[in-house]
Design a protein around this ligand. Structure first.
Ligand code: WTA
Length: 644
């Protein structure tokens, strides 16, 4: 192994940190490990407002956990009302920067007023606790208000990333049985209007459960409104009172469902409940982002992904943070848009993905160097492993060698950050998420569940329930059990490979299943395959991830065709578009390779492992004894040589 440079926190950072020094971290970790109920119970009382106190901290009936049993709580109240009541109504909650350059600063008092008016509008439409709503919106303040208004009333929200297509949207609406869709005319991206409403209209042709659609006006582009079903946001909230009591909800009330890719073609609805989720999001903002009252925090994620849920809406707002949200692309009008925003708002904490960092490195240092980034004091990374070269650039060029980088490992399922450094305590090693959070018992094991030796690769598992853990897969408890809890009973199987070094640091290496990670977005190979085989020309498809310099992985598809005459170049283009239509533009394959047959086992299973090897190493060295027809592999490899 190459030698790793270690970066201890500066004395100055340690002095002011929320958790100062390794002893403080170890103490927290020990307390949580020794008596998790006492640990989480005390934090829940200290950091959350309860409408009614809980009676039991954790009820663990594997694989189902309940946290803070008997308590009544409201996530929106905790994220908004309590700050206003504590006298911080004039504090800015959201610093919104639209892509065209428009700007709004919205205080906590204004957030409360907007959320309450909108929530009253929802009540007037007849929505109530237990209903489900889809949020399909651009990155504008109303997207945050929509989520919070749902949380206020006990309506379970499911945010669908605006980059998903009508098909993908439809599947999610149907699975959830949603009654309401909250959307916008569109949003701005790369100077263009990206329309959202037409996708909603198309999806709703086959979604009988949806009774109402609310459309927020953002781009003022053309919109068709269906009489009786569609309403403008501004008419929904017009004339509504700014007073709307937050509903006291059970701790385990379903706060949201977020669909994510798994190992089949059908996305899973990851269900999160209220109190435990909120607590761990809140605490990790304090521990990992070291948030202070005067910080200006900016997480560049979209609220359509879990990072936007936990580290734009629920965590930071529960902590009463001031944060930037930006609507558009990092390269519009130029590659320094982010750095311009950092300078404009004096951002102190900046959280983004390795893909974005790598893409910006490529454009040259003059972009960040042209701006005053001296306000930054902490940087974060999420979504995929960060390669040491990107880490070093981020540290030096953006952080001027003064800002710790928190590399945060977590998943849609974990709800909040589970492995990451506390920046005023833990010395950093580029590429490692370092140490687990208090209360998180992480291990690297073999398939029998035995710990592997230091520095050896194994499966990353979590041995104990934690407050923000996934509660279920919406409508599919069996899949929930099989997916996460069946491989090693009682322990959570993350699906990631990792190794732990002699200092106890975790190095997450990537997925061990058929989940791809493209630009930090999760995509299942099966999802892309099932999209491809929908196309009339396609007989079979096998999809694998190919290492990619910028996006981490790229989607590479092997396709066999039905009998016929095809112009392969045109068909390749068409199939790429097709996947975009079936899933969303971000899922468009980088490469389509046509082949006569796919390598299969004798039982007929496609051997993706071999294809993966082929696209990664250009040859196949692995075990091929179960392969049905070896000649296929040499044909595929030869094709590759021709192309090279
Ligand atoms: C990967 C995103 C290495 C991992 C929050 C995980 C990471 C999947 C890191 C979850 C990291 C996330 N280092 N890998 N810091 N963060 N991953 O559900 O493979 O979109 O299983 O959640 O991203 O992706 P998801």
């Amino acid at each position: 192994m190459t030698e790793v440079h270690v970066y201890p926190p500066s004395e100055e950072f340690v002095k002011l940190a929320n958790v100062s020094g390794m002893d403080a971290y170890r103490k927290l970790y020990r307390e949580a490990a020794e008596d998790p109920d006492a640990f989480w119970g005390a934090l829940a009382k200290e950091h959350l407002h309860w409408h009614q106190p809980f009676e039991q901290v954790c009820d663990w009936q594997p694989p189902f956990a309940q946290w803070f049993v008997g308590g009544k709580i409201n996530a929106c109240y905790n994220c908004v009302d309590r700050h206003v009541l504590a006298g911080h109504g004039e504090k800015v909650a959201l610093l919104f920067e639209g892509e065209p350059g428009d700007h709004r600063a919205i205080t906590y008092a204004e957030t409360l007023a907007s959320v309450s008016r909108f929530a009253n509008g929802l009540l007037a439409l007849g929505l109530k606790q237990g209903d489900r709503a889809i949020v399909y919106m651009p990155m504008i303040p109303e997207a945050v208000f929509a989520m919070l208004a749902c949380a206020r009333l006990g309506i379970t929200h499911s945010v669908v990333f605006g980059g998903f297509s009508a098909e993908a949207l439809k599947a999610r609406i149907q699975d959830l049985g949603a009654k309401l869709v909250i959307t916008a005319d569109g949003g701005w991206r790369r100077g263009k209007e990206i329309k959202l409403k037409p996708a909603v209209d198309e999806a709703l042709l086959e979604c009988p459960t949806v009774e109402n659609v609310i459309v927020c006006e953002r781009t003022k582009g053309d919109v068709t409104m269906l009489h009786g079903r569609d309403h403008w946001w501004h008419t929904i909230e017009a004339g509504q009172s700014e007073h709307c009591p937050a509903v006291p909800l059970d701790s385990e009330h379903p706060l949201f469902v977020l669909y994510t890719s798994g190992t089949t073609g059908k996305p899973k609805g990851i269900l999160h409940s209220t109190a435990g989720y909120l607590l761990q999001c809140t605490k990790t903002v304090n521990w990992v982002f070291d948030l202070k009252p005067n910080d200006v925090y900016w997480c560049t994620a979209d609220i359509g992904w879990v990072t936007g849920h936990s580290y734009i809406v629920y965590g930071p707002m529960s902590m009463g943070a001031t944060q930037v949200i930006y609507e558009g692309a990092p390269d519009t009008p130029n590659f320094d848009r982010w750095w311009q925003i950092v300078a404009k708002y004096r951002v102190t904490i900046f959280y983004t993905s390795p893909t974005a960092i790598r893409a910006l490195i490529r454009q040259g240092d003059h972009w960040p160097n042209g701006h005053d980034l001296s306000s930054l004091r902490l940087l974060g990374s999420v979504g995929e492993p960060i390669n040491p070269a990107a880490w070093e650039w981020y540290h030096k060029t953006i952080g001027k060698s003064l800002c710790p980088i928190v590399d945060t490992w977590w998943q849609t399922e974990t709800g909040s950050i589970l492995i990451a450094p506390m920046p005023g305590a833990v010395p950093l090693k580029p590429g490692s998420g370092t140490l687990p959070m208090p209360g998180v018992i992480a291990e690297v094991v073999d398939l029998k569940g035995n710990p592997v030796a230091d520095n050896h690769e194994g499966y990353l598992v979590i041995n104990r329930p934690w407050p923000s853990m996934v509660r279920n897969i919406w409508g599919d408890p069996e899949r929930f059990h099989d997916q996460y809890w069946s491989k090693l009973p009682g322990r959570y199987f993350t699906g990631d490979a990792a190794r732990r070094d002699a200092d106890g640091y975790f190095w997450v290496l990537g997925r061990v299943d058929d989940v791809l990670n493209v630009s930090g977005h999760r995509l299942s190979t099966m999802e892309v395959e099932s999209a491809l085989v929908h196309h009339p020309a396609v007989a079979e498809a096998a999809v694998v991830g190919k290492p990619h310099e910028i996006t981490g992985q790229a989607v590479c598809c092997f396709v066999t065709l039905k009998k016929g005459d095809y112009d392969q170049e045109a068909l390749g283009k068409e199939l790429r578009q097709w996947v975009g239509h079936e899933i969303g533009a971000f899922a468009r394959p980088e490469e389509i390779r046509f082949t006569d047959a796919l390598p299969k086992t004798r039982s007929g299973k496609i051997m993706r492992r071999l294809l993966r090897e082929l696209v990664t190493n250009n040859t196949v060295a692995g075990d091929v004894t179960t392969l049905e027809d070896l000649s296929i592999l040499s044909t595929l490899a030869a094709q590759q040589d021709d192309e090279a």
